[in-house]
Design a protein around this ligand. Structure first.
Ligand code: FES
Length: 71
């Protein structure tokens, strides 16, 4: 699914960049994909995909145990 129409980036593109860069910086994700944020409409969606990707990477690094979302 296309998540950034300005740069024609898919959710898969964002996940791949996050996994390659292991970063919490949206600008580094755009940079890794050879572009930069334009209108900013996709920022929240890109951030959510990043959080999910980094969350699953963290869970995998903790012997596959899922993190609890409970406080
Ligand atoms: S939709 Fe991503 S910068 Fe515009």
């Amino acid at each position: 699914m296309i998540v950034c129409s300005c740069n024609v980036l898919s959710d898969h593109d964002v996940r791949s960049a996050v996994e390659a860069e292991q970063t919490r910086s949206t600008s580094r994700v755009y940079g890794c994909l050879g572009c930069s944020a334009q209108c900013g409409r996709c920022a929240r969606t890109v951030r959510r995909i990043m959080d999910e990707a980094l969350g699953s990477a963290h869970a995998a690094s903790c012997n596959g145990r899922a993190r609890s979302s409970e406080p």
